[in-house]
Ligand binder design. Structure first.
Ligand SMILES: Cc1ncc(COP(=O)(O)O)c(C=O)c1O
Length: 400
């Protein structure tokens, strides 16, 4: 089989390695504490699903057809209205393109902006889908260290130091996956100013813009739409990741190019999902958020408290938003002389607690683990963390 050398740019996600182990264990009847997957822990709105299935049966032809590549006009209008309402910046459906999750938006956006050799600034650690896509397209990733001591924000000096005319884009995942960090307003303003001064784009990934437990979201476009490409998804706050629906907000001129490119990544976003997304925005969003956010918040508090209680040597920044907590277990893992990959694999196999190794998100993530707090109940979160802690302490006891 003669596969491309370029395909090696895609290493295969570290999350899948852990997940394969989870599937294997669960299929033999083992209970696994699933802290590894970035999936909301609650089903989508039941009322929405009831209304959607009724509509689908009434209009099977329309709900199964191809749509424009940029999505149906009603949905683009609803997104524009929703985004205008939250951001306070007037945008129209011409600023919106609907995608198959933000994963398609990441691919098509970089296909639209990257030439061979272009540089892209990415924080370290951050979401792991960006780097392989940029490498595949011949771009060059420049990592800027996010500083744990600054609550995982990079320093302004470090960002300015790597900026040049070679840079085509700066990526900011805000709120962040895996750290749960929310960027300060002054950092967002700096990133926009740099993008503008150097004629680059700010790729602003807002997948978790509604999942805040402290403070509120800053909409980058309030500092100007021209250089911003905002990526959004229906995977997180409506809890519909499998429906594969997302969207891009950007300047009209960029959207035109993006729509041309994305005809080749996906003829159109999934049609039934577009109608479900429309229902969510028009009727169910506010109520669903008011019901689910308090649940996620208490799960986050429980996990944070359990880590502090059971793992007294862990360094842990309390997440302000998102679905993850990212403790530094360096004090334990260094003494055990194992890295975070080995630890995650042993932990799932031997103690049946699934976490993601931190170095999957960048070099700076090493000795950390990413844990999703939204999926398990509070009781199971506490139990899972106590099992993890006992596993570590027992291993230390037998090695020292
Ligand atoms: C920050 C961030 N961006 C994008 C995605 C991709 O999600 P989707 O393609 O489901 O929208 C994820 C998924 O976990 C994410 O965490």
């Amino acid at each position: 089989m003669r596969i491309s050398t370029r395909s090696n740019a895609f290493p295969g996600s570290a999350i899948r390695g852990v997940n394969e182990e989870v599937v294997r264990l669960e299929s033999s009847g083992v209970r696994v504490y699933g802290f590894h997957i970035g999936q909301p822990g609650l089903p989508p709105s039941r009322e929405l699903l009831l209304e959607f299935t009724k509509e689908l049966l009434e209009r099977p032809f329309e709900y199964s057809m191809y749509t424009p590549s940029s999505g149906i006009e009603e949905l683009r209008e609803a997104i524009a209205e929703d985004y205008t309402g939250y951001s306070g910046v007037k945008i129209s459906s011409a600023n919106v393109s609907v995608t198959a999750g933000s994963a398609e938006a990441i691919l098509a956006a970089f296909m639209a902006i990257i030439d061979e050799g272009d540089e892209v600034i990415l924080f370290d650690p951050t979401y792991l889908m960006y780097e392989p896509v940029i490498n595949y397209l011949g771009g060059k990733v420049i990592r800027v260290r996010a500083r744990e001591e600054l609550g995982w924000e990079p320093s302004e000096e470090d960002v300015k130091a790597v900026m040049s005319r070679r840079v085509k884009a700066i990526i900011a995942v805000n709120p962040d996956n895996p750290t749960g960090r929310v960027l300060s307003d002054s950092m967002i303003k700096l990133l926009i100013d740099l993008a503008r001064d150097y004629d680059a784009f700010l790729i602003y990934d807002e997948a978790y813009r509604h999942l805040y437990y402290e403070g509120s979201h800053t909409y980058a476009i309030k500092y100007g739409l021209e250089n911003v490409i905002a990526l959004n998804t229906f995977s997180k706050d409506p809890a519909m990741p499998g429906w594969r629906l997302g969207y891009v907000i950007a300047h009209e001129d960029f959207i035109k190019v993006f729509n041309r490119v994305k005809q080749y990544t996906n003829l159109n976003p999934p049609t039934p999902a577009q109608y479900a997304g429309l229902l969510y925005l028009r009727k169910y969003k506010e109520r669903y958020l008011s019901e689910t956010l308090p649940i996620y918040k208490s799960r986050m508090e429980t996990m944070h408290k359990a880590i502090r209680e059971y793992l007294s040597e862990a360094v842990v920044v309390k997440p302000k938003a998102g679905l993850f907590i990212f403790p530094n277990l360096g004090s334990y893992l260094r003494r055990l002389n194992i890295n975070d990959y080995e630890f995650a694999m042993k932990l799932v196999r031997e103690a049946h607690v699934a976490v993601v190794p931190g170095s999957a998100f960048g070099e700076v993530g090493k000795f950390h683990v990413r844990m999703a707090f939204a999926r398990e109940s509070e009781r199971d979160i506490e139990e899972g963390i106590s099992i993890l802690a006992n596993y570590l302490l027992r291993a230390l006891g037998s090695s020292e």
